[in-house]
Design a protein around this ligand. Structure first.
Ligand SMILES: C[S@@+](CC[C@H](N)C(=O)[O-])C[C@H]1O[C@@H](n2cnc3c(N)ncnc32)[C@H](O)[C@@H]1O
Length: 235
């Protein structure tokens, strides 16, 4: 058996990540709601409204999980056809049972079962951070996008200024305990802080998008920078 990945890389180990989401699937939505009191609804709405201005017809929501973003995106883009993809079947089961979503595909983001240039927009919310290779995942998103299509990444980042250190304290010391109690899966949440610390944000993420070949990369910090919203275009 190969040795387990070093702890700091564990949050990018696909078997570990899938196992965590398989186990917390039925408690994922409630854990999110209790941890941030519904603050994610504003981030998702902003993401969905942003897409609407491109009037997309075919949207892929990658790492769709329980389908919470896909649901909001569908509401703001009623004409669009949205496919949700995720490698955790129990998470997709939530999207199916709780949200009534039917266009769901079990797939690894690094090897998508879609033809080149199939989608107008690819969204990924709180999913890219845990993927084994960020450049490879972004390159795969670019492959399935049509020329002129957009990738939209919503993910955690660290706030700047006075909030940074108190927030890091919360992230490292308080959040894993709270999330562990609610989700009954403390191990998965122990890596959340590490994964956020190591994830490129702001200009570093737009540079990564450019390195993969996307153009016109933008970013917007939301809620004092706790989360950031990135877009880029495939030319
Ligand atoms: C934190 S959840 C986010 C779910 C949803 N996007 C949301 O905003 O609530 C992360 C999801 O990413 C999925 N995921 C992580 N790595 C993946 C990969 N390589 N391929 C497909 N899905 C992946 C997990 O199974 C999980 O459902």
């Amino acid at each position: 058996m190969p040795p387990p990945p070093a702890p700091e890389q564990r949050h990018q180990d696909p078997a570990f990540v899938r196992g965590v989401f398989d186990r917390i699937a039925s408690r994922y939505d409630v854990t999110n709601t209790l941890l941030c009191g519904g603050c994610d609804s504003g981030w998702r709405r902003r993401t969905a409204k942003l897409l609407a201005r491109w009037n997309p017809r075919e949207i892929l929501d990658l790492a769709t999980g329980s389908g919470v973003l896909a649901d909001v995106v569908q509401r703001w883009n009623p004409e669009a056809r949205i496919v949700g993809a995720d490698f955790s079947q129990p998470m997709l089961r939530q999207a199916w049972d709780v949200r009534g979503q039917r266009r769901l595909v079990v797939a690894d983001a690094l090897s998508l079962p879609f033809r080149d240039a199939s989608f107008d927009v690819v969204t990924v919310a709180f999913g890219l951070r845990n993927m084994a290779s960020w450049p490879a995942a972004l390159a795969e998103m670019k492959r399935v996008l049509r020329p002129g299509g957009h990738v939209v990444v919503l993910d955690f980042s660290l706030p700047g200024g006075w909030l940074r250190e108190p927030y890091r304290f919360y992230l490292h010391r308080i959040l894993p305990r709270l999330a562990g109690l609610i989700s009954r899966e403390r191990e998965g949440y122990e890596y959340l802080a590490e994964s956020i610390e190591g994830f490129p944000s702001g200009a570093a993420m737009t540079a990564l998008l450019a390195a993969v070949g996307f153009e016109r990369a933008t970013f917007a910090p939301l809620t004092a920078g706790i989360v950031s919203l990135y877009t880029a275009e495939k030319i």
